[in-house]
Design a protein around this ligand. Structure first.
Ligand SMILES: *[C@@H]1O[C@H](CO)[C@@H](O)[C@H](O)[C@H]1NC(C)=O
Ligand SMILES: *[C@@H]1O[C@H](CO)[C@@H](O)[C@H](O)[C@H]1NC(C)=O
Length: 310
């Protein structure tokens, strides 16, 4: 009993759910970038993109502070050349195993033919360390798609979430690396519609037993998030809940956080000819190369990114 007199609040909270404490606040404006490395290699997803370093991105206006928020965009003024349209791919310097990741957005990339934005996490030994795609879409997609990619022996149940399960097998080496993916139910989860509400919040909770994702438009964000004491147990049904015949703790570890906006490549490019974007140009690369102004609304505007652990 002695501990409860020393730590009464922690003991009480522990009865119902994990209590989360802030471990990383990525900060505001350009200080946000201090927590990230700018990846400048070839796009692993074969995109028509040139990932530039921090100083190039700053002088080209691809990244900047907007008030206290952090703007991350793409080149929307020049015809593209070389390996593709200029953009950035940021990878967090810190890796995490489990946690609660809360991204407060004033704006997310609006849908545009050829673009493929993502906010996601992955570990160094892919796919054995896992990949969690929290916000992702391509071309004129109208709702958010949430996906896990893993090594073999990880399938998820079609229960406990509001979205629609597209594929239940998370194994990356089958089904063209589709992964196990859940599409959000409402268009408010994505792009211009999300932005029309003034943005909102995405939260991803990763425990040893499950991974779940929630989102809200700005007016609906739970007050415990705004006050800095997030408690997922009160948030109701998640948009995505990944659990089933899958040992989460063995399939996911040491994930870094990534923001990127690529073009064409393995997703936006591979489905180009079968979608409505094909009427604009015969290939995705040509369209992205020649139409910079199509990408002026393709940017992240981040109010905050905070990581909590229990
Ligand atoms: C930026 O943050 C500071 C400190 O929280 C606050 O005083 C200021 O009003 C904010 N500025 C804007 C433009 O939101
Ligand atoms: C997944 O579904 C199976 C079959 O209904 C059930 O036995 C199992 O407990 C479920 N797993 C989780 C983690 O919900």
């Amino acid at each position: 009993m002695h501990y409860s007199t020393l730590f009464p609040l922690a003991a009480l909270a522990g009865l119902s759910s994990a209590t989360y404490s802030l471990v990383d606040d990525y900060g505001s404006g350009t200080s946000f970038f201090d927590g990230f490395t700018f990846y400048t290699g070839t796009d692993p997803t074969a995109g028509y993109v040139t990932y530039v370093d921090q100083s190039t991105a700053t002088s080209a206006g691809l990244i900047k502070a907007e008030g206290n928020a952090t703007y991350i965009g793409v080149d929307h003024t020049n015809v593209a050349s070389g390996s593709g349209r200029q953009s950035v791919r940021l990878e967090s310097n810190t890796a995490y195993t489990t946690g609660l990741f809360i991204l407060d957005l004033a704006h997310m990339p609006a849908s545009a033919c050829g673009s493929w934005p993502a906010f996601w996490t992955y570990g160094p030994d892919w796919p054995n360390d896992g990949e969690i795609d929290i916000i992702e879409g391509a071309n004129l997609q109208s709702t958010n798609q949430m996906t896990l990619h893993t090594s073999d022996d990880c399938t998820i149940n079609d229960t406990g979430f509001a979205g629609t399960l597209e594929n239940n097998n998370c194994y990356a080496e089958i089904d063209g690396n589709e992964g196990c993916d859940i599409v959000a139910k409402n268009e408010e989860s994505w792009g211009a519609t999300f932005n029309s509400y003034g943005g909102g919040v995405y939260a991803m909770e990763w425990t040893d037993d499950y991974i779940q994702i929630f989102w809200w438009i700005a007016d609906d964000v739970p007050s415990d998030i705004t006050s800095g004491s997030p408690d997922p147990s009160g948030w109701g049904t998640p948009a995505a809940y990944f659990a089933g015949d899958c040992d989460i703790s063995s399939h996911f570890k040491e994930n870094n956080i990534v923001f990127d906006i690529t073009f064409c490549g393995d997703w936006a490019g591979s489905v180009w000819s079968s979608g409505s974007c094909a009427s604009y140009a015969s290939t995705c690369d040509t369209y992205v190369q020649e139409n910079p102004s199509a990408f002026s609304d393709v940017y992240w505007l981040i109010n905050s990114l905070k990581v909590y652990q229990s």
